[in-house]
Design a protein around this ligand. Structure first.
Ligand code: NAD
Length: 441
């Protein structure tokens, strides 16, 4: 099939590259010229495991190209996936500025064309957005009718950064929310050869499935974090508790790892937007509200543990090492990362923070700059002469560090594991003070 993908971020570029890998002819569109150039050279503008190789391959086989020219892309495609960003606005609702812009430009192009096209919203949005925002914009600008002159649908994306290719190619389910049978069929055809189960629903249901799924996973994280805080007080280890809970296959162990809370470009904004919508509709969700409240406080648990361990209960002029900035390992994405909240808090309390990350330093620098914050690619710089160190992102390279390295380099051997990923016993055997979220003994 001939497919256009609008927006070449984490979702758009993975979508385009994987569809091209499956044999479709893909044209990617973005508004950033530098991205277009890089993609056409076969270079990935973001970090995503395996994407580099696959992109090089499909570009060299001429199965994928990128352009700034929306008209060219749409004219040459029968199916158009919209993958632009839908960030949060100040008030918590999704910001549809990019979605509206993309819909308007698509409408302007299809106005001039006779061929039938199907437009698919893949961007995450509030239930009702495809029908009440995208459809009217497309119809108004194209002077055509959805369901008659062009097809329309919503096909949420569930990929996780870091394992995006695997997730895209082997999703747990493919939710197709076409407005009619023809749209449904054409969207489904683009997934020919995928072995995942399909679920056919209407666009609004598809939108709800996406944000309710993310909200549920976020809720699981906040639930286990709240239980972890209680476990600390009762002297139990949350790992054992989570294992015991997760062995119940109605619950499952996944997303039951206690830590500093969830971050990233999806969970925080999706749950916020759904909560806001619930309030606006007069059915305010207490569960969503509580999930967000727990998550806001959670990154500061590490700071609280840290302060409790300081002899003068002060962080003033203390050198605090931070391992990891990305919102999770294997990505350079720092959007809504808990590292931001935690580091800001430490700086406010007068600490001198030395932080590192294998690939996210550049992105982090764009978000936070402070005279007392040193960002370095060297773990030794972070640990040397530090008064404490906090593991914030569980990158493999940090988990492989030997406890003796911490002992040798740090001024005060105090390690706080914010991700329940280090072996407490090994650290304690080195006479390192080892503290962790939900570790009550
Ligand atoms: P992103 O910010 O990384 O990328 C969006 C891209 O769209 C950017 O390159 C931007 O330049 C481009 N763009 C903006 N306006 C445009 C326009 N009018 N025409 C062409 N290009 C335009 O966003 P992302 O992380 O890829 O997320 C995209 C959507 O997918 C969001 O709604 C997000 O919630 C959802 N989503 C993200 C993930 C994830 O893990 N990142 C997973 C599932 C769903």
């Amino acid at each position: 099939m001939k497919i256009a993908v609008i927006g070449t971020g984490y979702v758009g570029l993975v979508t385009g590259t994987c569809f091209a890998n499956k044999g479709h002819d893909v044209i990617c569109v973005d508004v950033i010229e530098e991205k277009i150039q890089k993609i056409n050279e076969g270079t990935v503008p973001i970090f995503e495991e395996g994407l580099d190789e696959m992109l090089k391959d499909v570009v060299s086989k001429k199965k994928l190209k990128a352009t700034l020219n929306m008209k060219e892309a749409i004219t040459n495609s029968e199916l158009i996936y919209i993958c632009v960003g839908t960030p949060s606005k100040e008030d918590g609702a999704f910001d549809y500025v990019y979605l509206k812009d993309a819909a308007q430009k698509i409408g302007e192009v299809i106005k001039e064309l006779d061929e039938y096209k199907v437009i698919v919203v893949k961007s995450t949005c509030s239930p009702g957005t495809t029908m009440n925002l995208v459809k009217p914009i497309l119809e108004e600008t194209s002077q055509k009718t959805a369901g008659k002159d062009f097809g329309l649908g919503m096909n949420p994306e569930f990929l996780r950064e870091g394992v995006a290719i695997k997730d895209f190619l082997n999703p747990d389910r493919i939710v197709v929310g076409g407005i009619d049978e023809k749209s449904q069929e054409i969207i489904t055809k683009s997934y020919e050869g995928f072995e995942s189960p399909f679920l056919n629903v209407d666009p609004t249901t598809a939108e709800m499935i996406k944000i309710a799924s993310n909200s549920f996973l976020a809720m699981k994280i906040s639930f286990i974090n709240e239980i972890a805080n209680i476990a600390e007080k009762i002297g139990s280890d949350i790992q054992d508790i989570a294992k015991g809970i997760g062995m119940d296959d109605r619950i499952s162990i996944r997303f039951l790892r206690a830590g500093l809370g969830y971050g990233g470009s999806c969970f925080p904004k999706d749950i916020q937007a759904l909560h806001r919508q619930s309030v606006e509709m007069g059915v305010p969700s207490d569960l969503l509200k509580a999930t967000m409240k727990v998550n806001e406080a959670q990154p500061l648990r590490a700071a609280e543990i840290l302060i409790e361990e300081m002899d003068d209960r002060s962080l003033e002029n203390r050198k605090i090492g931070v391992l990891g900035l990305a919102f999770k390992p294997d990505t350079d994405d720092v959007r809504e990362a808990v590292s931001i909240t935690l580091i800001e808090y430490l700086l406010e309390r007068g600490a001198k923070v030395f932080a590192t990350d294998p690939i996210a330093i550049k992105n982090f620098r764009e978000i936070l700059n402070h005279e007392n914050l040193t960002l370095t690619s060297k773990v030794e710089d972070v640990l040397t002469d530090s008064d404490a160190c906090i593991l914030v992102t569980e990158w493999k390279e940090y988990l492989n560090l030997s406890p003796s390295t911490f002992k040798e380099l740090m001024k005060i051997p105090l390690v706080i594991d914010g991700r329940r990923s280090l072996d407490a016993e090994k650290f304690r055997n080195e006479e390192i003070t080892f503290k962790s979220i939900g570790l009550g003994r």
